[in-house]
Write a protein that binds this ligand. Structure first.
Ligand code: UD1
Length: 364
């Protein structure tokens, strides 16, 4: 009988970052695995630079699916992952998060009766307009082992009828990733070519489909960001995601002078930019977590969050000026509080230990 094989599937920038600590743990324990990258993200800044910043080996398989509609992207990933599952006789497929890559991998494996393990299971925004929410719910429903990062995530799964025996609360691997890279990040000369100074800027990331694919909403958000910048008398630094850049061009939107747009940056520079910002404005999931871990005041440019653990320091404002004013008031009054609900930095160790156990069970 051939040895059971674990396959780790990633496709986008946040998946690479958050899975990296798990890959390191697998290597440390000499657990054999294959590393698959769908290349849902493929531009240098979102892919190559991240892989080299993290000093990860090249993936064993690059599926080169690139961009496309949800159906095209998901379909291509499914076809190509299926081929590898057959070729390599994969017995456990590990997916992460909530992207089209996550869903495509989970569906493919489950239909082949391959065990599916989902890292970052149980997050819920309860907003079904988000493609990520659909990806999360379906992936969790068909996963065999659910690595829930927090107790809230665990409860969400139990509320949906998932058997508690299949859930393991691990902490979020984003804590592990940050801890492992902060020291390396400090060596970067991130500010050398920037026009902002450490501690004297607001950091913006914004790329969600629901924010940048609608011209009216996009403009409204840029106005709100300008308002925040003026109220705090600080410039806004925006490392721009390719989706947002494409939409700015397509809608012919000129961004206001308060917002300084730069190319997307690698992970280590991003840690520097996050660590030195006065406040962070985002619609990203991972950045909400990173801001909370780094104890930065945060304004989330969405109507919901799937990270309620961060709410003591995270003002979810969407486009509401009153909510922004409340956030600015708390910021000025210094009343914002941070905890350590997101994890203790050992999530990747717990996940790797469970994968090792599962492999051993499959061997016997
Ligand atoms: C995806 C995830 C989102 C995650 C984000 C992180 C889904 C449904 N969404 O969104 O949850 O927060 O990744 O960045 O999976 N593009 C490039 N180069 C790239 C990648 C994308 O130019 O390397 C542009 C293309 O125009 C593409 C668009 O961005 O059409 C959207 O890319 P896609 O991967 O579909 O979704 P993201 O917005 O990146």
């Amino acid at each position: 009988m051939s040895k059971p094989v674990v396959a780790i599937l990633v496709g986008t920038r946040p998946e690479i970052i958050k899975v990296a600590p798990v890959i390191r743990q697998l290597k440390k324990r000499t657990i054999p695995f294959i590393f698959i990258h769908s290349n849902q993200h493929y531009t240098k800044e979102l892919d190559e630079t991240i892989l080299s910043d993290l000093k990860l080996d090249r993936p064993d398989y690059q599926l080169r699916v690139g961009s496309g509609t949800h159906a095209v992207q998901t379909g291509k990933i499914m076809e190509r992952v299926e081929k590898i599952c057959f070729q390599k006789k994969v017995s456990i497929l590990v997916v992460h998060g909530d992207t089209n890559t996550t869903l495509a991998g989970a569906l493919t494996a489950k239909k082949l009766q391959i065990m599916v393990c989902h890292i970052e299971a149980g997050l819920r925004s309860f907003d079904y307009r988000m493609p990520e929410e659909i990806n999360r719910i379906i992936t969790d429903r068909i996963s065999d082992v659910l690595f829930a990062p927090t107790l809230i995530a665990q409860q969400n799964l139990i509320n949906e009828g998932i058997r508690s025996e299949s859930i393991i609360v691990t902490g979020n691997t984003v804590v592990d990733a940050l801890r492992q890279h902060q020291k390396m990040a400090r060596k970067r000369h991130t500010f050398k070519h920037l026009s902002v100074k450490p501690g004297q800027y607001l950091l913006l990331t914004m790329h969600r489909a629901e924010n940048v694919d609608d011209k009216g909403k996009f403009i409204k958000l840029l106005e709100l960001i300008t308002y925040i910048s003026k109220r705090l008398a600080l410039p806004v630094l925006w490392p721009i995601h390719p989706r947002s850049l494409k939409q700015l061009t397509q809608f012919d939107i000129i961004i206001p002078p308060e917002i300084i747009k730069i190319n997307a940056v690698g992970y280590l520079d991003m840690i520097q930019l996050l660590s030195n910002a006065s406040m962070i404005l985002t619609d990203s999931g991972g950045i909400q977590e990173e801001a909370y871990i780094l104890k930065k005041p945060l304004i989330t440019l969405r109507s919901s969050t799937e990270r309620p653990e961060t709410l003591s320091a995270n003002f979810v404002v969407d486009t509401d000026v009153d909510k922004v004013d409340q956030a600015l008031q708390a910021f000025r009054a210094n009343t914002i509080k941070w905890g350590n609900e997101l994890g203790d930095g050992l999530a990747s160790m717990r996940i790797a230990a469970k994968l090792e156990e599962l492999l051993e069970q499959k061997e016997h």
